[in-house]
Design a protein around this ligand. Structure first.
Ligand SMILES: [Fe+2]
Length: 229
Protein backbone atom coordinates (compact mmCIF):
# COMPACT_ATOMS: atom_id res chain seq x y z
CA UNK A 1 0.00 0.00 0.00
CA UNK A 2 2.84 2.36 0.98
CA UNK A 3 4.69 1.45 -2.24
CA UNK A 4 1.55 2.15 -4.27
CA UNK A 5 1.10 5.54 -2.58
CA UNK A 6 4.76 6.45 -3.24
CA UNK A 7 4.48 5.36 -6.87
CA UNK A 8 1.29 7.34 -7.32
CA UNK A 9 2.75 10.47 -5.68
CA UNK A 10 5.89 10.12 -7.82
CA UNK A 11 3.88 9.73 -10.99
CA UNK A 12 1.68 12.73 -10.09
CA UNK A 13 4.80 14.82 -9.52
CA UNK A 14 6.27 13.74 -12.87
CA UNK A 15 3.02 14.57 -14.60
CA UNK A 16 2.94 18.00 -12.91
CA UNK A 17 6.55 18.63 -13.96
CA UNK A 18 5.71 17.69 -17.52
CA UNK A 19 2.85 20.20 -17.68
CA UNK A 20 5.06 22.84 -16.06
CA UNK A 21 7.66 22.19 -18.77
CA UNK A 22 4.98 22.56 -21.47
CA UNK A 23 3.93 25.91 -19.93
CA UNK A 24 7.55 27.10 -19.80
CA UNK A 25 8.10 26.19 -23.44
CA UNK A 26 4.88 27.92 -24.41
CA UNK A 27 5.96 30.98 -22.37
CA UNK A 28 9.32 31.08 -24.19
CA UNK A 29 7.48 31.33 -27.50
CA UNK A 30 5.14 33.99 -26.06
CA UNK A 31 8.02 36.17 -24.86
CA UNK A 32 9.56 36.21 -28.32
CA UNK A 33 6.49 36.32 -30.55
CA UNK A 34 3.00 36.96 -29.08
CA UNK A 35 1.32 36.14 -32.42
CA UNK A 36 2.75 32.60 -32.50
CA UNK A 37 1.82 32.17 -28.82
CA UNK A 38 -1.84 33.14 -29.28
CA UNK A 39 -1.97 31.18 -32.56
CA UNK A 40 -0.78 28.03 -30.77
CA UNK A 41 -3.42 28.50 -28.04
CA UNK A 42 -6.18 29.02 -30.61
CA UNK A 43 -5.09 25.99 -32.62
CA UNK A 44 -4.86 23.87 -29.46
CA UNK A 45 -8.42 24.79 -28.49
CA UNK A 46 -9.91 24.08 -31.91
CA UNK A 47 -7.82 20.92 -32.51
CA UNK A 48 -8.95 19.55 -29.14
CA UNK A 49 -12.61 20.23 -30.06
CA UNK A 50 -12.13 18.38 -33.37
CA UNK A 51 -10.51 15.42 -31.59
CA UNK A 52 -13.43 15.34 -29.13
CA UNK A 53 -15.98 15.55 -31.93
CA UNK A 54 -14.25 12.61 -33.66
CA UNK A 55 -14.51 10.71 -30.34
CA UNK A 56 -10.80 9.92 -30.09
CA UNK A 57 -9.72 8.40 -26.80
CA UNK A 58 -8.60 10.65 -23.93
CA UNK A 59 -4.88 10.06 -24.52
CA UNK A 60 -5.15 10.94 -28.21
CA UNK A 61 -7.17 14.06 -27.38
CA UNK A 62 -4.46 15.11 -24.92
CA UNK A 63 -1.74 14.35 -27.49
CA UNK A 64 -3.53 16.62 -29.97
CA UNK A 65 -3.92 19.41 -27.38
CA UNK A 66 -0.30 19.29 -26.16
CA UNK A 67 1.23 18.97 -29.65
CA UNK A 68 -0.94 21.86 -30.90
CA UNK A 69 0.13 24.00 -27.92
CA UNK A 70 3.76 23.55 -29.04
CA UNK A 71 3.32 22.95 -32.78
CA UNK A 72 5.19 26.06 -33.99
CA UNK A 73 7.90 26.06 -31.31
CA UNK A 74 10.51 25.49 -34.05
CA UNK A 75 9.76 29.05 -35.30
CA UNK A 76 12.04 30.22 -32.50
CA UNK A 77 14.85 29.67 -35.01
CA UNK A 78 13.26 31.89 -37.70
CA UNK A 79 14.01 35.66 -37.69
CA UNK A 80 10.96 37.72 -36.61
CA UNK A 81 11.33 39.94 -39.69
CA UNK A 82 10.57 36.91 -41.82
CA UNK A 83 7.68 35.68 -39.64
CA UNK A 84 5.94 39.06 -39.82
CA UNK A 85 7.12 40.15 -43.25
CA UNK A 86 4.46 42.11 -45.13
CA UNK A 87 4.01 40.53 -48.55
CA UNK A 88 5.24 37.36 -50.20
CA UNK A 89 8.28 35.50 -48.90
CA UNK A 90 11.20 34.86 -51.25
CA UNK A 91 11.97 31.22 -52.05
CA UNK A 92 14.91 31.32 -49.63
CA UNK A 93 12.77 32.80 -46.85
CA UNK A 94 10.03 30.21 -47.39
CA UNK A 95 12.64 27.42 -47.32
CA UNK A 96 13.81 28.77 -43.96
CA UNK A 97 10.24 28.86 -42.58
CA UNK A 98 9.70 25.22 -43.58
CA UNK A 99 12.54 24.18 -41.25
CA UNK A 100 10.35 24.94 -38.20
CA UNK A 101 8.73 21.47 -38.29
CA UNK A 102 12.05 19.61 -38.05
CA UNK A 103 13.49 22.15 -35.60
CA UNK A 104 10.48 21.81 -33.30
CA UNK A 105 10.64 18.01 -33.37
CA UNK A 106 14.41 18.11 -32.75
CA UNK A 107 14.04 20.55 -29.86
CA UNK A 108 11.63 18.21 -28.07
CA UNK A 109 13.24 14.86 -28.94
CA UNK A 110 14.90 14.42 -25.53
CA UNK A 111 11.65 15.03 -23.59
CA UNK A 112 10.03 11.76 -22.57
CA UNK A 113 6.43 12.73 -23.37
CA UNK A 114 3.80 10.00 -22.95
CA UNK A 115 2.58 10.95 -26.46
CA UNK A 116 4.45 11.14 -29.81
CA UNK A 117 4.67 14.94 -29.68
CA UNK A 118 7.82 15.24 -31.83
CA UNK A 119 6.39 13.17 -34.67
CA UNK A 120 3.06 15.05 -34.60
CA UNK A 121 4.91 18.39 -34.78
CA UNK A 122 7.12 17.06 -37.59
CA UNK A 123 3.98 16.15 -39.61
CA UNK A 124 1.77 19.20 -38.98
CA UNK A 125 2.39 20.81 -42.42
CA UNK A 126 2.11 17.56 -44.38
CA UNK A 127 -0.92 17.43 -46.70
CA UNK A 128 -3.01 14.44 -47.82
CA UNK A 129 -1.95 14.67 -51.51
CA UNK A 130 1.80 14.88 -50.73
CA UNK A 131 2.00 18.64 -51.36
CA UNK A 132 3.03 19.45 -47.78
CA UNK A 133 6.41 19.58 -46.06
CA UNK A 134 9.00 18.63 -44.87
CA UNK A 135 8.75 15.03 -46.13
CA UNK A 136 5.89 15.15 -48.66
CA UNK A 137 4.02 12.38 -46.81
CA UNK A 138 0.60 11.26 -48.09
CA UNK A 139 -2.69 10.07 -46.58
CA UNK A 140 -2.30 7.77 -43.59
CA UNK A 141 1.49 8.24 -43.58
CA UNK A 142 0.63 11.50 -41.80
CA UNK A 143 -0.26 11.01 -38.15
CA UNK A 144 -3.98 11.53 -37.45
CA UNK A 145 -3.16 14.05 -34.69
CA UNK A 146 -1.09 16.07 -37.19
CA UNK A 147 -3.90 15.98 -39.78
CA UNK A 148 -6.23 17.45 -37.13
CA UNK A 149 -3.72 20.17 -36.21
CA UNK A 150 -3.19 20.94 -39.92
CA UNK A 151 -6.90 21.76 -40.32
CA UNK A 152 -7.12 23.78 -37.05
CA UNK A 153 -3.90 25.61 -38.02
CA UNK A 154 -5.40 26.63 -41.37
CA UNK A 155 -8.60 27.91 -39.71
CA UNK A 156 -6.75 30.11 -37.22
CA UNK A 157 -4.27 31.38 -39.82
CA UNK A 158 -7.09 32.42 -42.18
CA UNK A 159 -9.23 34.07 -39.43
CA UNK A 160 -6.35 35.94 -37.76
CA UNK A 161 -5.38 39.52 -38.47
CA UNK A 162 -1.75 39.77 -39.55
CA UNK A 163 0.41 42.88 -40.02
CA UNK A 164 0.21 42.38 -43.80
CA UNK A 165 -3.52 41.51 -44.18
CA UNK A 166 -6.83 41.60 -42.28
CA UNK A 167 -8.38 38.41 -40.96
CA UNK A 168 -10.86 36.67 -43.26
CA UNK A 169 -14.38 35.51 -42.44
CA UNK A 170 -15.81 32.18 -41.32
CA UNK A 171 -17.41 31.94 -44.77
CA UNK A 172 -13.95 32.24 -46.39
CA UNK A 173 -12.46 29.57 -44.15
CA UNK A 174 -15.42 27.25 -44.76
CA UNK A 175 -14.86 27.51 -48.53
CA UNK A 176 -11.13 26.81 -48.14
CA UNK A 177 -11.83 23.71 -46.04
CA UNK A 178 -14.59 22.46 -48.35
CA UNK A 179 -12.36 22.92 -51.42
CA UNK A 180 -9.48 21.06 -49.76
CA UNK A 181 -11.54 18.22 -48.22
CA UNK A 182 -10.36 14.84 -49.50
CA UNK A 183 -7.44 16.33 -51.46
CA UNK A 184 -5.21 18.27 -49.09
CA UNK A 185 -7.27 17.88 -45.89
CA UNK A 186 -8.76 14.73 -44.39
CA UNK A 187 -12.50 14.89 -45.30
CA UNK A 188 -13.66 13.45 -41.96
CA UNK A 189 -11.60 16.02 -40.05
CA UNK A 190 -12.95 18.84 -42.22
CA UNK A 191 -16.51 17.64 -41.54
CA UNK A 192 -15.82 17.64 -37.77
CA UNK A 193 -14.23 21.08 -37.97
CA UNK A 194 -17.20 22.50 -39.90
CA UNK A 195 -19.60 21.06 -37.29
CA UNK A 196 -17.66 23.05 -34.67
CA UNK A 197 -17.42 26.24 -36.73
CA UNK A 198 -21.14 26.35 -37.46
CA UNK A 199 -22.20 25.32 -33.96
CA UNK A 200 -23.64 21.86 -34.73
CA UNK A 201 -21.07 20.03 -32.54
CA UNK A 202 -21.43 19.99 -28.72
CA UNK A 203 -17.69 20.81 -28.67
CA UNK A 204 -18.47 24.20 -30.27
CA UNK A 205 -18.81 25.87 -26.84
CA UNK A 206 -15.16 25.08 -26.02
CA UNK A 207 -13.82 26.57 -29.24
CA UNK A 208 -14.86 30.14 -28.42
CA UNK A 209 -15.01 30.59 -24.65
CA UNK A 210 -17.73 33.10 -23.64
CA UNK A 211 -18.72 33.17 -27.32
CA UNK A 212 -16.21 35.91 -27.99
CA UNK A 213 -15.24 36.63 -31.58
CA UNK A 214 -11.99 34.92 -32.57
CA UNK A 215 -10.12 38.21 -32.85
CA UNK A 216 -11.11 39.19 -29.31
CA UNK A 217 -9.81 35.85 -28.01
CA UNK A 218 -6.56 36.34 -29.95
CA UNK A 219 -6.14 39.88 -28.64
CA UNK A 220 -6.74 38.80 -25.05
CA UNK A 221 -4.17 36.00 -25.32
CA UNK A 222 -1.71 38.33 -27.00
CA UNK A 223 -2.08 40.83 -24.15
CA UNK A 224 -1.76 38.07 -21.58
CA UNK A 225 1.55 36.90 -23.01
CA UNK A 226 3.02 40.22 -24.12
CA UNK A 227 5.96 41.53 -22.19
CA UNK A 228 5.39 45.21 -21.78
CA UNK A 229 8.29 46.83 -19.96
FE1 LIG B 1 3.54 25.52 -38.45
Amino acid sequence: MTGHTTFSADSNRKSRHLYQLINVLSGVVAMRDPYTASHQQNVARLARCIAQDLMLDDQQIEAVRVAATLHDIGKISIPLEILSKPGKLTAEEFALVTTHCRNGARLLETVDFPWPIGEIILHHHERLDGSGYPQGLRGNQIRLEARIIGVADTVDAVLSHRPYRPGKTLRDVTLILENGAGTIFDAEIVAACLRILDGRSPSHQFWRPDDQPMTAVSDRLTQQYSLTA
